[in-house]
Design a protein around this ligand. Structure first.
Ligand code: G3P
Length: 221
């Protein structure tokens, strides 16, 4: 882990892409979901094994069972195999939050996903979640201000002194949403690799370098 604030996660299950991005030393974890695993064409545990072997210490692994018992069973298998590298990702449903409570009682990190309201974030915090994942981009897709939800959840958590549950801003489409998520109170932002790569870029950096290179070449040597 590079730092405890402004944690950056990649939202992908593409192992070679993750390997390259992690070599920068600027990333702190990975989030996956069934869609991302499906796109990778790999088995979930194969992907998690390779990421864990790479030294990644926080990997969100989503369970797919729909009963509390099933979720708890599936989560326990992952925790037994991956230890504290595993962050169990559960949906914000009654069953998911019940499983969250049981896992949190055993000190397992839980990421409650598919959060679209402050009310859901409150329930997840009450259930002992380590992370709540509001889906910024999907709210924006539906003409609801996603970044405002980060602010609303942060306000509730700050006023109510909620320290354990951190906001993990997800479904990120643009570089600007990364900085705005942090400014609005997120502790972690998970983003597609393309967004991470674009964080380096600014047209004035390129232009400035071009000028420095040109002027350096003109210095008598
Ligand atoms: O990790 C889940 C979330 O980030 C999904 O993003 O782009 O499918 O809305 P997206």
């Amino acid at each position: 882990m590079t730092t405890d604030t402004m944690r950056l996660f990649l939202d992908t299950a593409e192992v070679p892409v993750i390997k390259k991005a992690f070599s920068t030393g600027l990333l702190d974890g990975i989030t996956t979901n069934p869609t991302l695993i499906m796109k990778s064409g790999r088995k979930p545990t194969e992907v998690y094994d390779e990421l864990s072997d790479m030294g990644i210490r926080d990997i969100s692994m989503e369970v797919v069972e729909d009963t509390t018992e099933g979720m708890f069973r599936e989560a326990s298998k992952l925790v037994n195999h991956f230890g504290d590298v595993a962050t169990i990702k559960l949906p914000c449903t009654k069953e998911g939050l019940q499983a969250c409570r049981e896992l949190a009682n055993q000190n397992v990190r839980v990421n409650i996903t598919l959060i679209f309201s402050a009310a859901q974030a409150i329930l997840a915090a009450k259930a002992g979640a380590t992370y709540v994942s509001p889906f910024v981009g999907r709210l924006d897709d539906n003409s609801i201000a996603g970044l405002q939800l980060i602010k609303d959840i942060d306000e509730v958590f700050r006023v109510q002194c909620v320290h354990k549950t951190k906001i993990l801003s997800a479904s990120i489409r643009y570089v600007n949403s990364v900085s705005q998520s942090f400014a609005n109170g997120a502790s972690i932002v998970t983003m597609p690799p393309a967004v991470f790569d674009k964080m380096y870029n600014h047209v004035l950096t390129d232009k400035g370098l071009e000028i420095f290179d040109r002027d350096y070449a003109a210095i008598p040597k």
